[in-house]
Write a protein that binds this ligand. Sequence first.
Ligand code: NAI
Ligand code: MG
Length: 489
Amino acid sequence: MTFEYAPALESRAIVSIAPSYGLFINGEFVDPTSGTMFKTINPATEEVLAEISEANQSDVNAAVNSARRAFERTWSVMSGRDRAKYLFRIARLLQERAREFAVLETLDNGKPIRESRDIDVPLAAAHFFYYAGWADKLEHAGLGPNPQALGVAGQIIPWNFPLLMLAWKIAPALACGNTVVLKPAETTSLTALLFAEVCQQADLPPGVVNIITGAGDTGQMIVEHDGINKIAFTGSTDVGKSIQRALAGTNKKLTLELGGKAANIIFDDAPIDQAVEGIVDGIFFNQGHVCCAGSRLLLQESIAEETIEALKRRLQTLRLGDPLDKNTDIGAINSREQLNKIHQLIKSGDDEGAERWTAPCEIPEKGWWCAPTVFTNVTAAHRIAREEIFGPVLSVLTFRTADEAVEKANNTPFGLSAGIWTEKGSRILWMANQLRAGVIWANTFNRFDPTSPFGGYKESGFGREGGIQGLGAYLQSATDSDVHAKGMS
Ligand code: NAI
Ligand code: MG
């Protein structure tokens, strides 16, 4: 049964949202030369929160030029020790303004305040602290004796973890001495724009961070700009592929963090209650808008029925509703487009003969919502077993042996993450070696830490973010520096 909880609303009084926002170029907010604005909407209420600028080609040029000047005149000639001071300052400001960032993220994205408060914002600060620590120790990172920055990085991020993805991109880039032009996703620009204010507050030299807003066209202008040395992209596999095509034959470096269809594998010796928590966390965290979500549950046959029953009981206690309520587990779907996409894939599951169960949630009248959904009788051929749904929808498959689990888990074009639940340490190690996924969790899921590299295989992309490996993505490799030294570039 579900207990009745009194509402426990986080106040939104702490944030002040301006009616409209300019672009953050060379340390200042400026009006877009396009004069074009678009609206950002609270997905839980459909209320317009603010108007956001759409950057056009001349705005992109201005941002890239500003980043280039800052790279050449300030940031690349500053000592690592001094760069670290700015990064530590940003990290502390994120902590000081944590509640403001959490409320703003929840308003603009629709994710529960519990998650923005306890996960997104603290992890974003942690990334700045972690990479601040590296800024003056780059020559000890095992990446060569005299590692050099790449130059200007163009960074394009999605809407599922707006501030956190910004931190994953900006912190290592700056620590390594690069300057950046970052574009947030068009539905979630507000925390990136608040971060721009934090850069001002930290006295970050103008042009080191430039934040320009807009949709895919603006993103494409960043990708194709000649003044950019590196593109870092997180988002859909289709756009990732188009970026890879656009960069082919250029000198720009590229890292791509794309979609996923992770297997969460439960063996018959796993503690079922804990595993059920891990299943819930794996696919219902952030409404399932998680590239590494455990969207394919692989249950060993002998415990399948019992686990599905326990899971359904648990899902009936999840609370869907106002994301600002501290008791809310499932917030709003970020956009109507995303909700439509989720509904299409749910329909394909119905049409292809999987068996659907939906948690009995009351759906608010306004806003975009999707109740936790579980499909059983799923086969590997079903679309819901192959495509990234990016919503609170779980597809359950079964297996008999560990070999079969590996074969099913790897039977996907993606390879971002996987989960293994078993008491046997030897089996964890064996499985981890067999699974073609960049991140593998054992007896847990969706754990993140700035010290740990994150990234994919196959269509999930390439390059790593986080950890020492994340530094490599923003430094010239030994062979590149040879080329530079010989003046061949
Ligand atoms: P998207 O890949 O279109 O958007 C991600 C970012 O790329 C946004 O900032 C967007 O403005 C930008 N962008 C779009 N087209 C671009 C282009 N041609 N060149 C440069 N930048 C471009 O993702 P979207 O449309 O929001 O979501 C569609 C699907 O993609 C989702 O349903 C989900 O399956 C998947 N997705 C996966 C993510 C992940 O982290 N793995 C994140 C976001 C979406
Ligand atoms: Mg798109």
